[in-house]
Design a binder for this molecule. Structure first.
Ligand code: ADP
Ligand code: ASP
Ligand code: MG
Length: 407
């Protein structure tokens, strides 16, 4: 008898018919003698709808209240699935995160899981029930409802799988696995049979929303066998795994992108020690995350300092930087909030040179101007104008022959 955690995303539970289809799938696995824990998202569009309602009350909704509100989306789907299972003769019980209980810290809207109580789930499973748990939510030590950040149901699923030492965690979604890039942007994208945790982590953190970053971190840390599959079609999907020798031949595994980039430059800054901290401290104090940073010395002993932030933080970051500019007697602040980041990812990069050159050459041949570059052992990212996103992704996909599976 195996224990599986199955997670179904928003599209997979987007209507009554789809919830019934999920119930059939779960019943089949349960009838085959397996223990099944199901984690659900809210119906597709529901979390956005709830956030929209909140914004009609308050421009920046109080985060504690926002969590109380958005957690309702998942409460609806778990109850409905449980009912759908009862209707077809399958014993099941639904729980909110707080009922399980999934204990988190108190960082509303981006809480981290601290501990999961598994007794209730285990006793339910041992009595032959399917356990249906609301994804994306938990409870803090004071009993407040918390949520785990957008896409957080993935993390609930992996965390439950780790706590229950499940045989496998299946993430059922609207694509049949992890592709070389988002198939909505490059239809020639190819499904990968396997991808390493390390690569999947980079892909997720560089913008591939197929799995929430924290779910991959969790799976890597607790060694949870993780698979991404389609809710709608049969197939083995993509296994997220530790590095294996047979995979070493692939130079590049995938291309990730992030549409939410903005860049700010403060120029003519007096070049002296402590300047970087003076520029970035007010940004950090405003709780704005900085991604890439570039500093360039000009001939006149001043320096130009450029960094990127999430597009939503652009205006606040610019206002903070303008104050710093006046304080430091720097020349001016400029910025651009219509940028994107495109990244190539692959563990094979470690042992090969010339990859950056292939990337830059391919982009140049299409007349795509690179605004910023950042590299690490297993990825190269470039920031380009938003209008070039699709072209850049497809160009790189072709340049590294990702459609042919032999990059
Ligand atoms: P769910 O609601 O099931 O959690 P998501 O929308 O969060 O689904 O994630 C699935 C989507 O991720 C796909 O529809 C696809 O457009 C997108 N995606 C982005 N990058 C990739 C990739 N490399 N492989 C597969 N899907 C990707
Ligand atoms: N419903 C939440 C969201 O839309 C969590 C999830 O679906 O994973 O972000
Ligand atoms: Mg998701």
């Amino acid at each position: 008898m195996a224990l599986y955690v199955y997670k179904f995303g928003g599209t997979s539970v987007g209507s009554v018919e789809r919830i019934k289809a999920v119930a059939d799938k779960v019943k089949t696995a349960h009838d085959a003698g397996n223990q099944i824990v199901v984690v659900l998202s809210a119906m597709s569009g529901e979390t956005n709808r709830l956030i929209g309602l909140a914004k009609e009350m308050q421009q920046q909704p109080t985060e504690r209240e926002l969590d109380v509100l958005v957690a309702t989306g998942e409460q609806v789907t778990v109850a409905l699935l449980s009912m759908a299972l009862h209707a077809i003769g399958c014993a099941a019980c639904s729980y909110t995160g707080g009922q399980v209980k999934i204990l988190t810290d108190s960082s509303h809207t981006k809480a981290r899981i601290l501990h999961i109580e598994d007794e209730k789930m285990r006793s339910d499973l041992n009595q032959g029930n399917v356990v249906v748990v609301a994804g994306f939510q938990g409870v803090d030590e004071y009993g407040n409802i918390t949520t785990l950040g957008r896409g957080g149901s993935d993390t609930t699923a992996v965390a439950l799988a780790a706590a229950l030492k499940a045989d496998e965690c299946h993430i059922y979604t609207d694509v049949d696995g992890v592709y070389t890039t988002d198939p909505r942007v490059e239809p020639k994208a190819r499904r990968l049979d396997k991808i390493t945790f390390e690569e999947m982590l980079e892909m997720a953190s560089l913008g591939s929303k197929v799995l929430q970053i924290r779910s991959v971190e969790f799976a890597g840390k607790y060694n949870v066998p993780l698979r991404v599959l389609s809710s709608f079609t049969e197939g083995a999907g993509t296994l997220i795994t530790y590095e294996e020798s047979e995979m070493e031949s692939a130079l590049i595994s995938g291309i990730a992108f992030n549409r939410d980039e903005a860049k700010l430059t403060i120029s003519g800054v007096p070049d002296r020690p402590g300047i970087a901290s003076k520029i970035l401290s007010p940004i950090a104090e405003a709780n704005i995350e900085v991604d890439m940073i570039i500093q360039n010395i000009a001939e006149d002993a001043t320096t130009d300092f450029t960094f990127t932030v999430h597009r939503n933080d652009y205006r606040r970051a610019k206002a903070a930087l303008e104050l710093t500019c006046a304080e430091l007697g720097a020349k001016k602040v400029t910025g651009d909030d219509s940028l994107v980041k495109v990244s190539i990812v692959g563990v094979g990069m470690r042992s090969h040179s010339g990859i950056a050159n292939t990337m830059f050459k391919a982009l140049a041949e299409e007349g795509i101007n690179i605004k910023m570059i950042s590299t690490s052992e297993i990825k190269i990212s470039v920031v380009v104008e938003e209008k070039y996103l699709e072209l850049a992704v497809r160009t790189l996909h072709a340049a590294f022959k990702l459609d042919q599976g032999n990059s």
